[in-house]
Design a binder for this molecule. Sequence first.
Ligand code: NAD
Ligand code: TDX
Length: 343
Amino acid sequence: MSKILVTGAAGFIGSNFVRYLLRERPDVRVIALDALTYAGNLESLSDCSCDPRFRFVRGDICDAGVVAPVFREHLDAVVNFAAESHVDRSIMGAQEFVRTNFVGVQVLLDLAREHAVGRFLQVSTDEVYGSLGPTGKFTENTPIAPSSPYSASKAAADLLVHAYRTTFGLPTLITRCSNNYGPFQFPEKLIPLFVTNLLAGQKVPLYGDGLNVRDWIHVQDHCEAILAVLDRGKPGGVYNIGGESELPNIEIARRILHYLGHDDSMIEYVKDRPGHDRRYAMDITRIGDDLGWQPRIDSQEGIIETIDWYVANENWWRRIKTGEYLTYYDKQYGPGGVVGVEE
Ligand code: NAD
Ligand code: TDX
């Protein structure tokens, strides 16, 4: 039975990945580590908690003292999702982004080296490449040119991962994915923010002219791509992941508005995000050719299914909006402390 450490497991993509891994791989044990920042929600993993192959550890990836005992458990692989992930917050203050997204990765890399972990997969982002004009796509050879403190901290981590591969021969992998949507996304990001605002009778804030373009991928497709890279990716390899579904923000807004029975009058055009990247688009030739992965979920259907999920799971997002979700950990495990570490 192999043992995989998933960091940032209580976040949006991490929780979807843990659920997918447990479903897909009967022979895998998962240690789910998360600091439970504002973005971490253990309720997103409540259905996994009774699986004997699942264990939750509360811990900060920057704190080697807390994370080291987990590495002493002979891990086969580490998949690092832990990050500060919201661009707008990084514009308000970069410190936590540098700390978690860069220093945290250094702590994990050192531990992976010390304990000879078999595979270290760093979950990165298309944003490290910066912004595209109206044509062209990012390939893995596109120069790194991040625009925001968030993407700069992710790019810095990618460089560090590369350096650990070159200097120490660590079996690293990097995935760079485009914008995800799907269940359990924190309602500060475009799609869940707009859906939950409308369900609560509020307008949706569209930045600038609403014509910025993102390449949207369902989180399930992203999880499948990550597992393909973890299984079969070439050590030292970088893999772009994308949904092949470019949409301007206004189009996303209108799909959500119309599906929920509203018109453009519920759009509030607001001041643009500083340094706002105009367009992202991913060339996914490498992961297709080398690993046989392709996105499977059509964004037209996937976005509607996602809206339905937020409608059906109002309790999940309402508890975030009221802050009640922050008390869940203490109710499950008792106040404070680190749980789940096997010495
Ligand atoms: P998220 O904000 O939903 O989740 C991040 C998780 O990391 C949270 O559970 C949080 O509690 C945890 N965390 C934060 N700081 C930590 C620390 N110091 N120690 C331990 N845990 C900590 O983010 P997400 O959208 O799920 O993104 C996951 C990863 O995927 C990130 O690395 C992000 O850069 C990357 N990514 C996201 C997208 C996207 O569209 N959401 C696209 C490409 C790449
Ligand atoms: O209220 C909003 N209004 C708006 O117009 C918000 C929150 C966003 N936007 C725009 C900004 C972007 O052009 O929508 C687009 C998507 O914004 P976000 O959901 O904040 O995502 P983005 O900035 O594109 O970054 C996301 O994808 C790449 C994730 O948050 C990152 O973690 C990931 O690396």
